[in-house]
Structures are given as structure tokens and as C-alpha cells.
Ligand binder design. Structure first.
Ligand code: NAD
Ligand code: ZN
Ligand code: ZN
Length: 363
């Protein structure tokens, strides 16, 4: 029987979000209904509300979640009822050209549940990132559920999006390893996670750059060895400040966790010869970049983007949960506050004011 539960929707562009009744269908073949236990408030949810991602209103918001499998549809074999899972937006297909060549973390054909969740009048909802988990229950594709050891859902659920993107931008995309120097520009949830990931990988120098001192304090707590407040600094000054802390050369890996042309250029020039630039912050459509092509050639190295931290949920989520449980990855520090499902709008405001790394809805 379809079930009616509470969920947080964005009904129209820019309007405050609403807690309302939503209808969850029975799981069809390959689908799973999950009892949601937690859901982090991510910038992407806010972008959906603002109409910045698509016009497919109404959206069922929320996507950084852990929960328990409540029902499984026909043919589901990877999880069973009662499993503790983290939800992901990379259910790999196994058949696209990326998957076939052995690079499933780039999968070009990830999938979601086929059936739609609806409002009680039958209006179809668009779930954020194919998840939609600011809700008591949600319907996803089985591949979007990754079974992990039972843990604090509010903490490990964050691996479902931004924190995984940040950690992965360092360890997967940036290939940070022992002794490397790393600079991270922008120390929100994603940048701080890149710092935590760099420390986990054994980086030597980890330089945090932000325009907000409060964020730099969080960055230090998560493993930054140096912090630089770049507010009001020119590009040359930012680059010089990175070089001063890396024997005059620049960092081996620079991660742009803001995603603006000026921060990307700081990353590009703040990097040592043959170093790596990782873009994990998401630019907006009107942004353009201008760099002398000779500098691109002359400096060598790698210029990469990091989609979801190039993560493979089946590989990375269980490993990171283990490291958290062993006390080697302080994921709990990303949870600034635990809130109710009715508090999402207020959490957007705090996010806008830079007061939180993550607000997490607990259910
Ligand atoms: N690639 C992915 O798969 C992926 C996944 C999730 C989020 N993201 C993106 O990562 C970015 C960061 O997300 P977040 O949740 O950490 O956001 P956030 O707003 O919490 O953090 C952004 C940080 O950047 C700082 N900042 C802003 N302008 C700056 C500048 N010019 N120089 C230095 N610092 C500056 C802010 O003070 C803030 O601390 C966003 O663009 C988000 O959309 C990407
Ligand atoms: Zn694929
Ligand atoms: Zn997110």
C-alpha cells in the first residue's frame, strides 16, 4: 500500500520550503523504500529551491542521508529489510563506456527509482539528486543504498554528498599521498572535508584559505597546519602566501572548494610545477575563465574536476565509516547542529550566514 508521510518540498522558485504530506509508492522492481534517519542540509538543496538547478518544481528536497531499508521491490539483492544504509546519487550502471573501461566512479548513466513520489493530489515530485530525503521515508533505486556498519546516522549520512565530495576531491581526484603539500581554497563543509581527507592520506603541509575566520578555525580543527584569511588579498598576494608556506614553490595539490574564476586562478598559480588543481566547488553558468595558454603548458601537471569526489559508494562509504568508528576520521565535527524536519528553512538562513558546517535533520 502506498504510504503518506511528511516531507519537505520546494513548491515554486524562491518560496520558503514547506513541510507537507507526500505519498511513497510501494517499491517496484529494483526499488527500495527507506526509513530516513538523518538528512544534512546542503547548498544544493538551496540551489534547487532557488530554481538554479532545474525548473521541475515541486522538488522533494534533501539528499545527504542515512536510514534503514523498510521495503524492497522485486529483484533487489544488494540490500535487505533492516539494513543500515547511506544513500548515494551514484548508482552505477555497470554498462556505460566509463563502467566498461573500469572507471565506474565516472558512470555516465547512473539511475534512480523509476516510480515517482507525489503530493496527495497526485502531483509528481522531483527528488533532489534523485533522492529526496527530507522526509520520513523515501523511494530510491536499490543501487542508491550502500550498506555500512550501523553508526550515528546524523554523522555518517553526511558521506552521502558534500563530505564525500570533499574527502574524495583530496584522496581520489587529487591523489594526495604521504608528505604531499595541499592547499584548500574555501573551508565550508566540502573544503573542510578535503582537509580531513588530506590529513587522513598523510599530507605534510595542509594550508586552509578562506575569507571567514570562523571557517579557518574549523579548518584547523580538522587538520589544517596553516591558515590564511584571503579577504581583500590580490591574486599575487594569495599565491605568494601559499608559496611562503611551501618552501617558495607552491603546493603539490590545490583544491578549489569555492568554484569561482578567481579562486580557480589562485589554485592554478598557487600550485607547484607539475602539480594538480582540483575543482570541486561548482561554478554558475555565467562564469568564465581566462588564463594564458602558455602558462597551462609551461606549468604542466593536472587540471581536474571532481564530481562527487570521484567516489565509488560501495568502495568508499564502508571504508570511511570504519575509519570514523576507529576514531581516525572526525566526521562528527561536521555536524554543527541537529534539527527537526520542520527547521530546514531556518537552516538555509544559517548556511547563508556562514554559521554552520552542516545542520542535520534527525528523524
Ligand atoms: N563536486 C561535487 O560533487 C560537489 C558536491 C557537493 C558540493 N559541491 C560544491 O562545493 C562548494 C562548497 O560547498 P560547501 O557546502 O562547502 O559550501 P559553503 O558555503 O559551506 O563553503 C564555501 C566556503 O567558501 C568560502 N569562500 C567564499 N568565497 C571565497 C573566496 N573568494 N575565497 C576563499 N574562500 C571563499 C566561504 O567563506 C565558505 O567558507 C559549492 O560550490 C558546492 O555546490 C560540489
Ligand atoms: Zn555506468
Ligand atoms: Zn549535497
Amino acid at each position: 500500500m502506498p504510504q503518506t508521510v511528511k516531507g519537505v518540498i520546494a513548491r515554486s522558485k524562491g518560496a520558503p520550503v514547506e513541510l507537507t504530506d507526500i505519498v511513497i509508492p510501494d517499491p517496484g522492481p529494483g526499488e527500495v523504500v527507506v526509513d530516513v534517519k538523518s538528512c544534512g542540509v546542503c547548498h544544493t538543496d538551496f540551489h534547487y529551491r532557488e530554481g538554479g538547478i532545474s525548473d521541475d518544481f515541486p522538488f522533494l528536497l534533501g539528499h545527504e542521508s542515512a536510514g534503514v531499508v523498510a521495503e524492497v521491490g522485486e529483484g533487489v539483492t544488494n540490500v535487505e529489510v533492516g539494513d543500515f544504509v547511506i544513500l548515494n546519487w551514484r548508482a552505477v550502471c555497470g554498462e556505460c563506456r566509463a563502467c566498461k573501461r573500469g572507471e565506474p566512479w565516472y558512470c555516465f548513466n547512473t539511475h534512480n527509482a523509476e516510480q515517482k513520489m507525489t503530493l496527495t493530489d497526485g502531483t509528481e515530485l522531483t527528488p533532489a539528486l534523485g533522492i529526496g530525503s527530507f522526509a520520513e521515508k523515501t523511494l530510491v533505486a536499490a543501487g542508491q543504498c550502500t550498506k555500512v556498519d550501523e553508526s550515528d546516522p546524523a554523522v555518517v549520512g553526511l558521506l552521502g554528498c558534500g563530505i564525500m565530495a570533499g574527502i574524495g576531491s583530496a584522496i581520489n581526484t587529487g591523489e594526495v599521498t604521504r608528505g604531499k603539500s595541499v592547499a584548500v581554497i574555501g573551508c565550508g563543509g566540502v573544503g573542510c572535508a578535503a582537509i580531513a581527507g588530506s590529513r587522513l592520506a598523510g599530507a605534510g603541509t595542509i594550508i586552509a584559505l578562506d575569507i571567514d575566520d570562523a571557517k579557518l578555525e574549523w579548518a584547523k580543527d580538522l587538520g589544517a597546519t596553516d591558515t590564511i584569511n584571503t579577504r581583500g588579498m590580490s591574486e599575487d598576494e594569495v599565491v605568494a602566501a601559499i608559496q611562503e608556506r611551501t618552501n617558495g614553490f607552491g603546493a603539490d595539490v590545490v583544491i578549489d572548494a569555492v568554484g569561482r574564476p578567481e579562486t580557480w586562478r589562485q589554485a592554478f598559480y598557487g600550485r607547484d610545477l607539475a602539480g594538480t588543481v582540483v575543482l570541486v566547488g561548482v561554478p554558475t553558468p555565467e562564469m568564465e575563465l581566462s588564463v594564458p595558454l602558455l602558462d597551462v603548458f609551461g606549468r604542466g601537471g593536472k587540471l581536474k574536476s571532481s564530481w562527487y569526489g570521484d567516489c565509488l559508494p560501495e568502495r568508499d562509504f564502508p571504508m570511511l565509516v570504519d575509519l570514523y568508528e576507529q576514531g581516525r576520521l572526525p566526521l562528527e565535527k561536521f555536524v554543527t547542529e541537529r534539527i527537526g524536519i520542520g527547521d530546514v528553512e531556518e537552516a538555509f538562513e544559517k548556511m547563508g550566514e556562514g554559521k554552520v558546517l552542516r545542520s542535520v535533520v534527525v528523524l
